[in-house]
Design a protein around this ligand. Structure first.
Ligand SMILES: *Cc1c(COP(=O)(O)O)cnc(C)c1O
Length: 399
């Protein structure tokens, strides 16, 4: 419906070849009726409900624990509770948030492998029964503050094809996992299963194969060692549409589950922890162009500065890893021009896309509105409280 400039392609992709706008009718109605004074995410809760249903259909018997960090807005949590979702919380704050909105404690897993001892005790007191660990000291902390708790051991993933790969920060080796199973049992913990995160934004279901092979190898080694595991937590990684094809959600999830069942059979209880895949597509950020400039008349590239940047919600542009699609109100037939896109702050790191500039309408001017698509995940929660005096990303909810 509106001008779309594909951030993923430096070469001028004919705009008409791009998919139609991802802005929903209710988002569009809100945006047209509103004068925005600051960058604002317009989040469509109905899109979230539909996405949850599609994931749930595809994942079948798996339980869905929403990774709260992707978008911790109370409206999002409450909507997901009503849909029957469970939760993966990383901190006392996230646990209390879910509980305050009515989530049942047995539906919340404390999924961070790095926990303050007093937060473990708090979670245990509130009725949370499942905890993640990948280290000996963490098992001691859990045994002391949540005696007899159910523990899921997080294993390390060596390789990832994800667009937003995770580091070695989390997860231990197979050898260490087996040792921790033994230690956990001695400490009286219920070592119930294993988990992994194969990386965020796994565009194809086939990108799960390596991680599932690694998990299956550990699982059978555990069985051989006499540990009867019963829970497999496949983590997050479900993709969102940033311009490159990601396939139909239900089919994608069904394919992942088929790969899981082929290796682990039907008896294993499977948990999934989607974050991005659930909430990203339901959000669109409305932003304003602050300045368009060239540093020299002969420079081949111009700079386009927005009122939102790296520190006010678009942190995932770091390394240009996630490339958001951008829409404007300019005519579809207008020529496009490669542009370096930057945020408004006085920090010279606050540049969004420079290595691969963005094609934007040649007539783009200060004061024009741009809509940044698929921004419902890792934006509001990554926004500083107001670095350099620029207001943090606001959020409104429709649907
Ligand atoms: C962040 C996180 C997720 C969600 O990841 P996505 O790629 O956004 O789906 C799931 N599980 C754990 C343990 C996480 O830390």
């Amino acid at each position: 419906m509106l001008h779309a400039a594909n951030l993923a392609e430096f070469s001028a992709v004919p705009v008409s070849h791009l998919s139609t706008s991802a802005v929903s009718a209710s988002q569009d109605a809100y945006i047209r009726a509103t004068r925005f004074e600051r960058p604002t995410m317009v989040f469509d809760l109905e899109m979230l409900r539909r996405k949850y249903s599609a994931l749930a259909e595809g994942l079948g018997t798996a339980s869905i624990h929403y990774a709260v960090k992707a978008n911790p807005a109370p409206q999002v949590i409450a909507t997901l509770i009503a849909q029957g979702a469970k939760f993966d919380a990383a901190s006392r704050g996230e646990i209390d948030l879910c509980l305050s909105l009515g989530a049942a404690p047995e539906d919340i897993a404390f999924g961070n492998t790095i926990k303050r001892a007093s937060d473990i005790a708090h979670a245990w007191k509130m009725g949370i029964r499942q905890f993640a660990a990948d280290a000996e000291d963490e098992l001691f902390k859990i045994a002391e503050n949540a005696p007899g708790a159910r523990v899921i051991l997080r294993m390390r993933i060596e390789r990832s094809q994800a667009d937003w790969p995770l580091s070695f920060k989390f997860g231990c080796s197979k050898r260490e996992a087996l040792r921790l199973m033994q230690l956990g049992s001695i400490l009286g913990l219920d070592i119930a299963g294993i988990s992994f995160h194969a990386g965020s934004q796994l565009r194809e279901a086939g990108m799960w194969q390596d991680a599932l092979d690694t998990a299956a190898d550990l699982w059978s080694a555990a069985q051989d060692a006499g540990f009867a595991l019963r829970i497999l937590n496949i983590g997050g990684g479900f993709p969102a549409f940033y311009g490159q094809p990601v396939g139909n959600t239900r089919d994608y999830c069904a394919e992942v589950m088929a790969s899981v069942r082929a290796r682990f059979g039907d008896a294993v209880h499977v948990m999934a922890e989607p974050g991005r895949g659930l909430v990203a597509e339901a959000g669109v950020i409305v932003s304003e162009v602050m300045l368009v400039s060239k540093k020299d008349a002969d420079d081949p590239l111009r700079w386009v500065y927005l009122d939102i940047g790296m520190f006010s919600g678009l942190a995932e542009t770091i390394g240009e890893a996630i490339r958001y699609q951008i829409e404007t109100d300019h005519d579809l037939c207008e020529a496009v021009e490669p542009s370096i896109l930057a945020g408004p702050s006085c920090d010279s790191m606050d540049v969004l896309y420079e290595k691969t500039p963005v094609m934007l309408p040649a007539g783009l001017r200060a004061g024009d509105q741009v809509r940044i698509l698929c921004t419902g995940a890792y934006t509001t929660s990554y926004s500083s409280v107001g670095f350099n005096g620029f207001p943090p990303l606001d959020a409104v909810f429709v649907g």
